[in-house]
Ligand binder design. Structure first.
Ligand code: ATP
Ligand code: MG
Length: 140
């Protein structure tokens, strides 16, 4: 059964012109782009999205980074999408990311790390709903 997950091409990767390469890599890895939109996150949107991290010391900096320029929010679909996307993304810190992963290839630092991917099926469902309506998430 195909599964959906949620992803963001973060402001660093959009600004450095890597969005196309990241989309190509996702497609090469079997992901179908179900929905996608370029958006500049408001402070409130970014704070809400990363609310789980609000007590972390890097929260303020993370919100500032995520609002500094446009991002591309996406609904992606494939078998085992949540787990596979995390594999293709690589470790949070690019210094620890495996060869060939998106973060190894394109991330600048542990914060400016090119891409977000939902960390569990339940999170994916919440995050997809945060950015897309039901109609956008339906099969076209
Ligand atoms: P994401 O949720 O964006 O897919 P992740 O699940 O790999 O990334 P999380 O632990 O959920 O990592 O952290 C969310 C984001 O916060 C990271 O992707 C990164 O941008 C930022 N971040 C995480 N840890 C740090 C840190 N120690 N210093 C600065 N920023 C950090
Ligand atoms: Mg996370």
């Amino acid at each position: 059964m195909p599964q959906k997950t949620f992803s963001i091409i973060k402001p660093d990767a959009v600004a450095s012109g890597k969005a196309g390469k990241i989309l190509a890599l996702l497609e090469e890895n079997g992901f179908r782009i179900v929905a996608a939109r370029m958006v500049r996150l408001s402070q409130r949107q970014a704070e809400g999205f990363y609310a789980v991290h609000r007590e972390r010391p890097f929260f303020g900096s993370l919100v500032k980074f995520m609002t500094e320029g446009p991002v591309i929010v996406m609904a992606l679909e494939r078998e085992d999408a949540v787990k596979k996307l995390r594999e293709v993304m690589g470790a949070t810190n690019p210094a620890n990311a495996a060869e060939g992963t998106i973060r190894k290839l394109y991330a600048e630092s542990i914060e400016r790390n090119a891409i977000h991917g939902s960390d569990a099926p339940e999170t994916a469902e919440q995050e997809l709903k945060y950015f897309f309506n039901t109609q956008e998430l339906e099969q076209l």
